[in-house]
Design a protein around this ligand. Structure first.
Ligand SMILES: Nc1nc2c(ncn2[C@@H]2O[C@H](COP(=O)(O)OP(=O)(O)OP(=O)(O)O)[C@@H](O)[C@H]2O)c(=O)[nH]1
Length: 366
């Protein structure tokens, strides 16, 4: 797994700050060499001119917005890149003009050659703090981009008040409580928070946000519980769960929970399941496959770490819509609790049915 080239997919709504982030990646001193694939649907290489001072080569995909074309193009470009392996350390795909990052992300699970050579490191969604709230109401693709994210750069915070920021962050968290979230001006985030994070090491995703998970599972309707405090009410020692909240000298905040209001999104949300113990792979795998086949159009992302009976290694899976990928990875450590945790993020998920299915089909209860 480690010798695979990490691929970062940057997505986000029109004008959110993706090119600004890409420029940062290409110009900042980080000692790494990035190959960049820019996705210019129906446009003629405008972004190329905006990518300043890049030593790296920029590959363009000019085509229509159709999944197969995207995959075909990406695979072709990717194969070309792979012939020059050794010239770069990682790949960044910017999906400008492509509302839905699914076909790009799926390529890394579907195509055998691509899968052997590369791994999807993270989907990074750049969001416009000023306009995201509106776009979440009227643009389904803006919502999907939030749901897909492993990392969210909440950009343009210079244009909003603290209250507006708390609101938009709350709305993001209602859809995706799992992504690492960074506030930014001009997409200024420490690049180590965005690139080569191995965000698919699900340990982080499945353990970092317990407060949000609890809230999401049990407290949908209470907008003013513990996490609904405003900044001025909540000092550094207040005891609320601030996670890794810190300043890095540029005014950005990371994984910022403080002051965030809690919302429920009627349309897009997440379901997490935690089973404190092992499961039988003979029961689990068919259940998961069946669920993903049935509900795949609505499940945008699925992720999990599973403790299989009589198996010393952890089974780790992830998926984009119906495309699932999973394998046995490292062994469970001595002190580690053998438990199974799964997360589904999607549209109008049938939460009760998913839970009941897990209890009945996997655990054999009821
Ligand atoms: N006020 C403010 N403007 C910003 C910030 N970040 C980017 N911008 C501006 O927003 C505009 C859009 O930024 P881009 O980086 O081109 O956004 P994009 O997501 O690549 O846009 P498309 O490629 O058109 O989808 C530019 O004029 C940027 O200078 C920010 O944090 N604050």
């Amino acid at each position: 797994m480690t010798d695979k080239i990490p691929v970062t997919v940057i997505t986000g709504y029109l004008g959110a700050g993706k090119t600004t982030l890409l420029n940062r990646i290409l110009t900042e001193e980080h000692g790494r060499r990035y190959a960049v694939i820019v996705n210019e649907f129906g446009e003629i290489g405008i972004d190329n001119d905006l990518v300043v001072g890049a030593d790296e080569e920029v590959f363009e995909m000019n085509n229509g917005c159709i999944c197969c074309t995207v995959r075909g193009d990406l695979i072709r470009i990717f194969e070309g890149l792979m012939r020059r392996r050794g010239k770069f350390d990682a790949i960044v795909v910017e999906t400008t003009g492509l509302a839905n990052p699914a076909p790009v992300a799926q390529t890394f699970f579907m195509d055998a050659d691509v899968k052997d050579a590369a791994r999807l490191d993270a989907v990074v969604t750049v969001a416009d703090a000023k306009w995201l709230g509106e776009r979440l109401k009227d643009a389904p693709e803006a919502k999907s981009q939030i749901a897909f994210a492993d990392v969210i750069v909440l950009n343009k915070i210079d244009l909003v008040s603290d209250e507006e920021l708390a609101e938009v962050e709350g709305r993001i968290r209602a859809i995706n409580p799992y992504a690492a979230l960074h506030h930014a001006v001009k997409s200024h985030v420490p690049l180590k928070e965005v690139l080569e994070r191995n965000a698919f090491d699900l340990d982080r995703i499945l353990t970092l946000e317990p407060a949000f998970l609890e809230a999401d599972e049990h407290d949908h309707d209470h907008h003013d519980h513990d996490h609904g405090h405003h900044d001025h009410e909540c000092g550094p020692d207040c005891g609320h769960d601030h996670h890794d909240h810190h300043h890095d000298g540029h005014g950005e905040h990371h994984d910022h929970v403080q002051g965030v209001k809690h919302f429920h999104d009627d349309d897009m949300h997440s379901v997490s399941i935690r089973h404190e113990g092992e499961v039988d792979p003979e029961r689990f795998v068919p259940w998961l496959n069946d669920l993903i086949q049935r509900e795949g159009p609505d499940i945008l992302r699925s992720k999990g770490i599973i403790a299989f009976k009589d198996e010393p290694r952890r089974f780790v899976f992830q998926g984009v819509h119906q495309i699932l990928d999973g394998d046995l990875q490292r062994e469970w450590h001595g002190g580690e609790k053998r438990e199974s945790r799964l997360v589904f993020i999607g549209r109008k998920l049938k939460e009760e049915a998913i839970r009941e299915g897990f209890a009945k089909d996997v655990l054999g209860l009821g």
